[in-house]
Ligand binder design. Structure first.
Ligand SMILES: [Zn+2]
Length: 161
């Protein structure tokens, strides 16, 4: 049961939460989500320092969550810097994770204090963070996309022909 991300039309891909793939591992299914914060090739990408801070904050949010901690396998940045990959245990759809993802982005938008694990002994590039711009980016994605998420923000546009 694999949903391939090959064949997505990036020219028409919007911001949103998409199912990138599903993998059967043992008796269970892992669902990889494409949390797309920027329209590919049409919007400025995020700075690497912002992607890095989102990685730390989002991982902290999910790994500390009483219902989602056990389901959270992985949180990581996309190399193209337009979004994040999040892998959860379970056969899930975008609508199943839209509310918790909005909570995660609200947590990041409102975060104050020290960035978790941003210390030399815990991080491979601990000086490369930017909390203030991260909060702006997370609020923008929350308000413009997640709080009014529509079908076109949850279903990949496919390449024609
Ligand atoms: Zn780090």
């Amino acid at each position: 049961m694999d949903v391939t991300s090959f064949g997505i039309d990036h020219n028409r891909l919007l911001r949103g939460i998409y199912v990138s793939r599903k993998d059967t591992v043992g008796d269970g299914v892992l669902t990889t989500f494409d949390v797309r914060m920027k329209e590919p090739n049409r919007e400025m990408v995020m700075d690497t320092s912002v992607m890095h801070t989102i990685e730390h904050l989002m991982a902290t949010f999910f790994r500390g969550h009483d219902q989602w901690a056990d389901k959270t396998i992985y949180v990581g940045p996309m190399g193209c810097r337009t979004g994040m990959y999040v892998i959860f245990k379970g056969d899930l759809e975008s609508k199943d994770v839209a509310p918790i993802m909005a909570d995660a982005y609200r947590y990041m938008a409102e975060f104050t204090g020290e960035i978790p694990a941003a210390k030399a002994e815990m991080c491979g590039n601990y000086l490369d963070h930017n909390l203030e711009i991260t909060k702006i980016e997370c609020r923008k994605f929350l308000e413009e996309v997640l709080e009014q998420i529509k079908e076109e923000n949850m279903v990949y546009p496919r390449q024609q022909g």
